[in-house]
Design a protein around this ligand. Structure first.
Ligand SMILES: O=P(O)(O)O[C@@H]1[C@@H](OP(=O)(O)O)[C@H](OP(=O)(O)O)[C@H](O)[C@H](OP(=O)(O)O)[C@H]1OP(=O)(O)O
Ligand SMILES: Nc1ncnc2c1ncn2[C@@H]1O[C@H](COP(=O)(O)OP(=O)(O)OP(=O)(O)O)[C@@H](O)[C@H]1O
Length: 360
């Protein structure tokens, strides 16, 4: 049964937010909490600690001088007003009930609900509008703001690297590690590569830059050369500047992907949870919605400077998908377009054909 754990803490109303980044569905903030105020003199007097000392109160009546430890090493994730999004309460319950049992806690970004103070989202939206005007919000995210009817935010494990100590964060979406079961027989591209090519053709037609990407089937192949090929797209000069550092980081991430359990576990789950493909599946079933979530999750890998130091890797964005508000139709239309236009089989009508094929 879905349930929320014991009363979530409330975010102090004098919290100071710092915009970090955003995806399609959420905005991420770093936050600073002003030191908790000690009890005022009159409160102390009430509690018997002021000038007219009477009796020491029981510890439960002494105002807290420290914030709940759940606020430590966390970022605040706030939900945007997307019609297809679930409430944070539902999303956290789904995470707890469906995904938590599948992975060790140390492999997951922790998600804890936090009650938001009154007017908080309205004020934060004003700040988002200002960021947009200043050019500090990516243009493709303009026009969509936080859902002001959402009572909760989510405190997530902060994976920000300590750059001063030489840490690096590599973040990527592994996407479809198993081919779509709706792909036609004789396919030559996986779902992710087929979609990327289709989108790149549209970008080219509009004079926009194309996006490069890796083949998830390579990533999940366990074959060193193929994993390396995928990792070379994921780890770039934005992660390490010198050639030597970049090569070494790529080697470390390749070893992590190849010998770690995260990618293979995600692949196994994608295969188990959707065995028939989006065109025939019951896209309202829990299994399908979990498969869809796992196909869109992120992996955060924090790599320490020291070669022997341990890598911290966690899965995030395991938000159960909803088929409502046109999403199921979007999924089916996307898949039908890839099939009908020949992107899976490599017979698409594109003036700039690509002859890179994927293998299972
Ligand atoms: O359809 P896809 O595979 O392109 O995935 C969408 C993502 O695009 P991507 O290809 O990863 O750049 C897309 O990501 P971006 O907007 O590209 O960052 C969203 O994650 C979207 O999910 P939702 O609508 O927020 O629930 C994702 O939609 P879902 O299909 O997972 O519902
Ligand atoms: N736990 C974290 N630690 C460090 N950075 C994070 C964390 N969570 C999110 N971020 C940063 O914020 C960005 C957006 O967050 P997130 O992926 O959760 O948004 P989203 O809207 O759910 O994504 P999507 O586009 O997949 O729907 C990430 O790409 C990452 O750069």
């Amino acid at each position: 049964m879905d349930s929320i754990p014991l009363a979530p803490p409330t975010l102090p109303s004098d919290v100071i937010l710092h915009y970090v980044a955003e995806g399609a569905a959420n905005v991420i903030y770093r936050f600073t909490l002003p030191p908790p105020s000690p009890p005022s003199t009159s409160n102390l007097a009430d509690l018997g600690q002021g000038p007219q000392q009477s009796q020491t109160p029981p510890p439960t009546e002494i105002p807290a001088l420290h914030y709940d430890p759940v606020f430590e090493h966390r970022l605040l994730r706030l939900r945007k007003a997307l019609p297809s999004a679930s409430s944070n309460e539902r999303a956290c319950a789904a995470l707890r009930n469906n995904f938590l049992p599948l992975f060790p806690a140390s492999s997951l970004i922790a998600h804890d609900l936090v009650l938001l103070p009154p007017n908080f989202l309205c004020e934060t939206n004003k700040a988002l509008h200002a960021l947009e005007k200043d050019g500090r919000r990516p243009p493709k995210r303009h026009g969509l703001y936080l859902a002001e009817d959402e009572p909760f935010g989510v405190l997530v494990t902060d994976m920000t690297p300590n750059v001063a100590e030489g840490e690096t964060l590599v973040e990527f979406k592994p996407k479809w590690l198993v081919q779509s079961h709706s792909a036609p027989k004789g396919w030559r591209r996986c779902r992710t590569c087929a979609l990327r090519l289709q989108r790149n053709a549209a970008r080219r037609a509009k004079g926009q830059p194309e996006e490069a990407g890796f083949c998830p089937l390579d990533l999940a192949s366990t074959d060193k050369a193929r994993v390396e090929r995928a990792v070379n797209f994921i780890v770039t000069t934005k992660h390490a500047s010198g050639e030597q550092d970049l090569n070494r980081l790529r080697e470390r991430i390749t070893t992590f992907v190849q010998s770690g359990t995260i990618v293979s576990k995600l692949k196994a789950l994608q295969g188990e949870l959707d065995k028939v493909g989006v065109l025939t599946a019951d896209v309202t079933s829990k299994d399908y919605l979990m498969a869809a979530a796992i196909r869109d999750c992120s992996i955060y890998v924090k790599v320490p400077k020291e070669e022997g130091g341990s890598i911290e890797a966690r899965i995030g964005d395991l938000d159960i998908k909803s088929p409502d508000n046109g999403k199921a139709e979007y999924w089916r239309a996307l898949e039908s377009g890839l099939i009908d236009e020949g992107w899976y089989t490599g017979v698409e009508k594109d003036p700039q054909p690509d002859q890179t094929w994927c293998v299972e």
